[in-house]
Design a protein around this ligand. Sequence first.
Ligand code: F6P
Length: 539
Amino acid sequence: MSISHAFARLEDEAAQIRGSSLRELFADDPGRVASLTFRLGDLTVDFSRERLDSAVLGALVELAEAADVTGKRDAMFAGEAINATENRAVLHMSLRAADSAAFSAEGDDVMSGIVTTRDQFLAFAEAVRSGSMAAPDGRPFTDVVNIGIGGSDLGPAMAVRALSPDADGPRLHFVSNVDGAHLADTLKPLDPARTLFIVASKTFTTLETMTNAHAARDWVAASGALQPGDHFAAVSTNIAAANDFGIASERIFGFWDWVGGRYSVWSSIGLPVAIAIGEEKFRRFLAGAAAMDDHFRTAPLAENLPVLLALVGIWRRNVMGWPTVALIPYDQRLERFAAYIQQLDMESNGKRVRLDGSPVDGATGPVIWGEPGTNAQHSFFQLIHQGTDIVPVDFILAREARDGTGDQHALLQANCLAQAQALAFGRTEEEALAVMLTDGVEASEAKRLAPHRSFPGNRPSTLILHDRLDPFALGRLIALFEHKVFVQGAIWGINSFDQWGVELGKQLAGALIPAIRDGDAPDDLDAATAASLAELRRR
Ligand code: F6P
């Protein structure tokens, strides 16, 4: 079957489903939850509140077959140069593989380099934690500041926050924005004598990171440090540039061009995470992702969690036509998860041409956004329940809290399930009216209010459950989303592993810096930018 035939079949299925509400779908099929819930160990993904049924899932799996998802997956794992616009393999899975695993990039073994570098950066993390890698005055570092942006910031920042119950090392801080306020506010309470900086940049050329790294070095030097470089480590593929910055080779940890920035938390970019939680737990984090790799590589498409998550996303986006996804972890420690997945998904699949350069003929990556529940309930959930747009929601919830918040965790869980329930089944005007009358509201007033107090329901959500948010579970969860993004890109026929869309803005900013600093505007500047520059320079 061709991809277009598979989509045509999905349109037929959609014509049926559009005529049925979730209330009806549940009433018609008592086995619905069981047939639409999928598991890997304690990880459960429940699609029963999505606007689909088993026939739709079957047609979606046919789409995955038509798009040769398994062939493309195998090419990625085999280290073929599937990132065709940058002529690179895509092998972040190798970074979390066991030492004995076999991975090669375009035929060249990568595992021996990975094992060596992994051992080195984890040993460095342990040395910082124990104090054997000390500040120049011989005392342990109390604070570690990671300077990086995008993939060199979001992964470690998200993971350090998510795993805070596991953190027993120095305090971790993250500076990304070129807005000087970010660095200044971070450094304010810190002691330069006891602060270690990690300059994290795949290229070691990124404007924001290099600007902040130089400012941090000036801050250390201004404190009287004789060797500011002793307060720095680096993570980069550009070892020479890190050396030139003044960082000793034994404090520079490399990675490889076949690791995309947004897929790099498993590499030495994960150093801040390892410093926070230690080597053993960091290896559990890697093992969780490796378990998902194994599942993705071996499970049949119809039971494969990342494949199914991707296919349900395709159904939402391409067939039902819903342009955004709200990612709502009911877990405060996942407060940076939506921001992390935003980069992963939107930088990977925000593309408008296929691998061969031809325009795509439908929608690609959705807008991903979100905040933790229950906070989200008190801000934007109003629109998700009663607004004119349908916003599919991905809920993430743990069966257990990590610490002594037993009863609060019950409240958190109840709220998550209640939101999914309200979205799916809503409340009709008649039901709203009946509730108000029972509550003693006067009949004419109840009638007036009923349209405002009814909920359309029939709004889709997926519920992702796991036992608890620990290093293994976090690694597994991230890899679930990574492979979901891969499968969607494979079906759309786009390159999920480049990011040319961020380049133009970087180049234009470079040209505008002299204009902002010295009023030296280029003659051929467009009228809007010229006027904005003049406004900025009015004071
Ligand atoms: O601007 C986009 C980007 O290239 C991301 O893909 C990347 O994660 C980020 O910038 C940071 O790049 P680097 O690690 O090279 O500093």
